[in-house]
Design a protein around this ligand. Sequence first.
Ligand code: GLV
Length: 325
Amino acid sequence: MKLVVHVHDLPMWSLPVAQVERIRRALPQVDIVDVRDYADCRAAIVDADVALAPRMQAATLAAATRLRWVHSTAVGIGWLPLADLAARGIPVTNVRGVHAEILAEHAMALLLGLRRQFPAADTRRRAREWAQEALAAIPVPRLSATTVLVVGLGGIGTHVARYASGMGMRVIGVRRDVTLPPPPGVDRVVPLSAVRDWLPQVDHVVLALPHTAETGQVLDAEALALLKPTALVVNVARGSLIDEGALAEALLAGRIGGAGLDVFATEPLPDASPLWSTPRTIITPHTGACDGDYWTPAIDCFLENWARFEAGAPLENVVNLARGY
Ligand code: GLV
């Protein structure tokens, strides 16, 4: 059996060598090839059975002659050639759920930090200014008097819903299948097609959904224009779900209350992005899933699935390639 481990262009998403060694120790019977660039990956994948990779080029997949499984070390699978994998019937699994709780904590931290005016406090701190009167005068609602629209009720969204309802917020959850019972803390479940009806009514929007052809740019310029001028937008999903230019304009013009962003259409966020300097904005560099050890639970998840793969048992966390998540 041969396993190819391929890295990502960004070091943060590349499997650390120590984890490759851990896989070698756990699977001594397996021929493990750790490749660090696309050309090497194309050569190594020719006779590989399994690929462990968050990202793969279509040409790499085309070179594979006996690939039977791809495991993504990310949740988002937009970096894989999904249509080609589907056409060849190669299953893809991911790390869905593994970092959901920490990501939900991150989303709540962004929401609370924005609601409590932390960006303004930090600006004043940098100027060594004790801006007590100015900050005290900013009107801030009690969270228990607010409504949050949680778009996406997967692992992250269900944790966000639980935390938000624990703080007294009314929670409207958006998901594809509205016939399923609402997860704990969700007052009402609505479909994606109802998002625009809800945008004018809510105080916060948390994006926790995958970016697919179906979900598109859920917060495009028109959708952003529907929000209350005090509304907060939190995104821990994918940057491409938001029209970033329109968001920056809305922040600059005071047409929305704030934005907490962990993900961006282009990463690293380009120097020229207006979001670096918009007011009432918190930016984290796609670290919402991180707690100092992203990789141990991610590889636990892979190794558990490997045992199933070897035993011929059904894999867990299998992605629906047609849906894209
Ligand atoms: C990170 O963004 C992931 O998809 O896991």
